[in-house]
Write a protein that binds this ligand. Structure first.
Ligand code: 13P
Length: 339
C-alpha cells in the first residue's frame, strides 16, 4: 500500500474551499433523471449532459474531484478528449463508483446489502490505469419497522471495510459511504443513534482489516429527522447534532468528511454545511461536500429547458451551486448570496 500517495490524494480532495461533485449515477438512475425532465435517455444523452458540466468555466476552484460511473470514465468530451484527461488538466482528481448496487438482503425484507466485491481488485487496477485516484462505495441503511437489523448493519460495515482495503491496495482513496436514508417518520434522535451504530461498526471493521484511515474519506448523511416526521429540527440543530455524532464516532486521524445531500433541498444542504463550518466547536477533520443532487438538480432542469443556450444555462446553474457550497465549506455562505 502506498500510504503517502493515498494520504496526499485524500488531503487534496478536501483542500481549502473545495469539495467533490458526485456524477456517478448508474445508467439506470441517470436515465430516470433525464426522463424526469423530458429527455430521451441514451449513452450519448448521458455523455452530452455530463460533458457540459465538466466543461464549465472555472469550476475547478470549487471542485477537487469528480466521481464517475463506469460508462462515463470511458467517454469523451465533445471535442474527443477523454473526460479523465479533461478533469486531470483542470487539476481535478477523477474518481469511480466501484460498487455494483444495493441488492435485497436475504432474510431481511426491505433491507439492502451493497454488492461488488467479486473482481473488485482487478476493476480497481483497471480504473487506476485509466486515471482514477479515488473510489466510492455506498451502503444503504433504512430506518423503520424493526429496521435497521443488526444483520444489515454488520454486513454492510464488513463490505465497506473490505472494499476500502482493496482500494487502498490498488492506490485508490476509498470514500466510505454508509448512508442512513431520510425516508420515514423517525425523529432526529433515531437518525443520530442509527448513524452512530453504523459508524462504530464500520470503523471497527476498518481497524480489523487494516484500512489506513489517514488515506480514506467518509461520506455520511447529516443528522436529520425523517422526511415524514412532524418534528423537524432547525438547521442549527442539524449542524450541532451532526458534528456531535461524528466527533464521538469517527476516528480523528481521518482527513475529511464529505457529506452526501441525500434528498435535502439545495439550500438546506448548503446551509447545514455552512453552519457546521461556522461552529465554535473544534473538529479534527475537514468538513466538505460530495453532493450529487444538491449540485446538479438545477443544472439538469436548465439543460432540458427550451432556452436560447441550454449549455450555458446548465453550466451557470452548476457553477452557482458549486460556488455556494465552496463558501459553505469555509463557513462563509449566507442566504443573500443565493440571489
Ligand atoms: P446525493 O448528494 O444526491 O445524495 O448523492 C451523493 C451520492 O453520491 C450518493 O451516493
Amino acid at each position: 500500500m502506498d500510504r503517502q500517495l493515498l494520504e496526499k490524494n485524500a488531503r487534496e480532495l478536501v483542500s481549502p474551499g473545495k469539495g467533490i461533485l458526485a456524477a456517478d449515477e448508474s445508467n439506470g438512475t441517470m436515465s430516470n433523471r433525464l426522463e424526469s425532465v423530458g429527455i430521451e435517455p441514451s449513452a450519448e444523452a448521458r455523455r452530452s449532459y455530463r460533458a457540459n458540466l465538466f466543461s464549465s468555466e472555472g469550476y475547478e476552484s470549487a471542485i477537487s474531484g469528480v466521481i464517475l460511473f463506469d460508462e462515463t470514465i470511458r467517454q469523451c468530451m465533445d471535442d474527443g478528449k477523454p473526460i479523465v484527461q479533461e478533469l486531470s488538466e483542470r487539476g481535478i482528481l477523477p474518481g469511480i463508483k466501484v460498487d455494483t448496487g444495493a441488492k435485497e438482503l436475504a432474510n431481511y425484507e426491505g433491507e439492502k446489502i451493497t454488492e461488488g466485491l467479486d473482481g473488485l481488485r482487478e476493476r480497481c487496477a483497471e480504473y487506476f490505469a485509466i486515471g482514477a485516484r479515488f473510489a466510492k462505495w455506498r451502503a444503504v441503511i433504512r430506518i423503520g419497522n424493526g429496521m435497521p437489523s443488526s444483520a444489515c448493519l454488520s454486513t454492510n460495515a464488513h463490505a465497506l471495510a473490505r472494499y476500502s482495503a482493496i482500494c487502498q491496495e490498488q492506490g485508490l482513496v476509498p470514500i466510505i459511504e454508509p448512508e442512513v436514508l431520510m425516508d420515514g417518520d423517525h425523529d432526529a434522535s433515531v437518525c443520530f443513534d442509527v448513524t452512530a451504530s453504523i459508524l462504530d461498526l464500520t470503523f471497527a471493521e476498518c481497524d480489523n482489516q487494516g484500512v489506513h484511515i489517514p488515506g480514506a474519506l467518509l461520506k455520511p448523511n447529516m443528522i436529520i429527522a425523517g422526511k415524514d416526521c412532524k418534528d423537524q429540527i432547525s438547521r442549527e440543530e442539524v449542524a450541532r447534532m451532526t458534528v456531535e455524532c461524528l466527533t464521538n464516532h469517527v476516528p480523528h486521524d481521518l482527513p475529511g468528511i464529505v457529506f452526501l445531500s441525500g434528498g435535502q433541498s439545495d439550500e438546506d444542504a448548503t446551509a447545514h454545511l455552512d453552519l457546521m463550518n461556522k461552529m465554535a466547536m473544534e473538529h479534527p477533520w475537514q468538513l466538505s461536500y460530495s453532493y450529487g443532487r444538491a449540485l446538479q438538480a438545477d443544472a439538469l432542469r436548465k439543460w432540458s429547458e427550451d432556452s436560447e443556450d441550454p449549455h450555458q444555462a446548465s453550466s451557470s446553474a452548476f457553477l452557482h451551486r458549486a460556488k455556494m457550497n465552496s463558501l459553505a465549506r469555509s463557513g462563509e455562505w449566507n442566504k443573500s448570496l443565493e440571489g
